[in-house]
Design a protein around this ligand. Structure first.
Ligand code: ADP
Ligand code: MG
Length: 231
């Protein structure tokens, strides 16, 4: 089994007062298998979001390495790292950060235009993505006119715009009822099986834990379980 992400001794601390530092990651070594759903679980404050942000290169560790598809991401300069991220990683957060004054379709297309796509390319691709996430009939609606589940599906479509191989999601169903959470979970499965994506999802959702291929458990800044590493 190929691993898309391997980490080596990730450490992260915050200085919380003159005397005290908070060790959030205390030497995290994990492996994330390719084309699988890895689920990160653990109590609030365990360091899950910090780890996910570092895996995606949107936060930096104090020590340690993240290798994604063979690339040591923190050895890249800022500019290269941001290009690497845009090309290879799609993020989904608990709060979707959609632009309220634009339609679902525009919310998906605009980041592509900012990334250098022509208007036509961006809107064609956005229409494709909105089809994948099952929202074609809602494409001209603004976020406020969409349900929470539809908003999150729009955010997921937006995360897929550059066709990244890796999807990182932080409590993506945290604000959704179980019916909408199930739609998102089914989409994750489709992304794995039909589109061959690798996913890392921080979640408390029991259904997603059940379908996850690799359950990573964190306790207090340490990974206590990662089947992909331990076999
Ligand atoms: N920028 C920061 N400054 C200080 N403490 C932080 C910062 N970000 C996170 N923390 C602390 O680090 C710990 C882990 O946070 P986080 O990774 O968000 O945990 P989780 O996602 O598992 O709930 C928490 O105690 C949190 O308060
Ligand atoms: Mg968190």
């Amino acid at each position: 089994m190929e691993n898309i992400i391997i980490t080596d001794g990730l450490r992260k601390s915050y200085k919380v007062s003159k005397q005290n530092t908070l060790d959030v990651l205390k030497g995290v070594n994990i492996s994330v298998p390719q084309n699988k759903i890895s689920v990160i679980i653990g109590a609030s404050g365990a360091g899950k979001s910090t780890l996910l942000h570092i895996l995606g290169g949107i936060d930096t560790p104090d020590r340690g390495k993240v290798r994604i598809a063979g690339t040591d991401i923190f050895s890249l300069g800022q500019k290269k790292l941001s290009r690497f991220r845009n090309k290879n990683i799609g993020f989904v957060f608990q709060f979707h950060h959609l632009l309220p004054e634009f339609t679902a379709l525009e919310n998906i297309a605009i980041p592509m235009m900012i990334g250098g796509s022509s208007r036509k390319e961006a809107f064609n691709r956005a229409a494709e993505l909105i089809e994948i996430t099952g929202l074609s009939h809602r494409k001209d609606h603004k976020p406020a006119e969409l349900s929470g589940g539809e908003q999150q599906r729009t955010a997921l479509a937006r995360a897929l715009s550059n066709n990244p191989e890796l999807i990182l999601a932080d409590e993506p169903t945290g604000n959704l009822d179980s019916a909408n959470a199930k739609i998102i979970n089914d989409l994750f499965i489709e992304l794995r099986d039909k589109y061959k994506k690798s996913l890392v999802i921080v979640t408390h959702n029991k259904d997603l834990m059940a379908i996850g291929d690799n359950l990573i458990e964190m306790v207090d800044g340490v990974v206590v379980k990662n089947p992909a590493t331990t076999g």
